[in-house]
Design a protein around this ligand. Sequence first.
Ligand code: GAR
Length: 204
Amino acid sequence: MNIAVFVSGRGSNLRSIQNSIKNGEMKVKIVAVVSDKTDCAAFDFAHSENIQTYSVFDAKRDGFSDYFSLTGSLLSSGVELIVLAGFLKKIPVHFLESFRDKIINIHPALLPAFGGKGMYGMNVHKAVFNSSAKVSGATVHFVNANYDEGKIIAQRCVEIEGVKSPEEIAEKVLKIEHELLPFVVKKISEKKVFPNGNRIEILN
Ligand code: GAR
């Protein structure tokens, strides 16, 4: 299965997917890495792996594709799944419609808590820390038109009882993200993820 991974910066989740592919854990190929930036660590990694990169902006801008031309490029590359792995911009509705039920996102907390507009990266971990919650975790969900509200595919928890800072939570959660996201991509590539009523089921 050909996939595209959307990133905004560091790209550690992108790396975790590529590592899992290279280790032979799934029959998936990352054919495109897309960012709202023209330059980021995730792009450096993509270039080192010979993966095509695209910068995208919601209107025409020098050096950027718009989402309409990106849609064409991804469809002609045979992309069947789009993975938002630390992509922090809202996706236009027409793009969501072109890839209906084929876009997933990883969120660094246990949705439906600690999601929504402005809840990304360290903002999430600070909110969790200040809430005095004793567990956090990661969520992979389908993307719809509202931030972090699509159906949940998979979640993992992590104990944060003794943490001293939001940074410590971020570190613990990131470790889990690096297992959870490749797991979900693998299951989708094996056609083992499907809706059942209001819930999403994953087959063994
Ligand atoms: C990850 O923790 C991801 O869950 C988060 O951004 C980080 C990206 O790290 N995404 C969000 O907060 C989306 N709401 P990475 O670039 O190293 O993968």
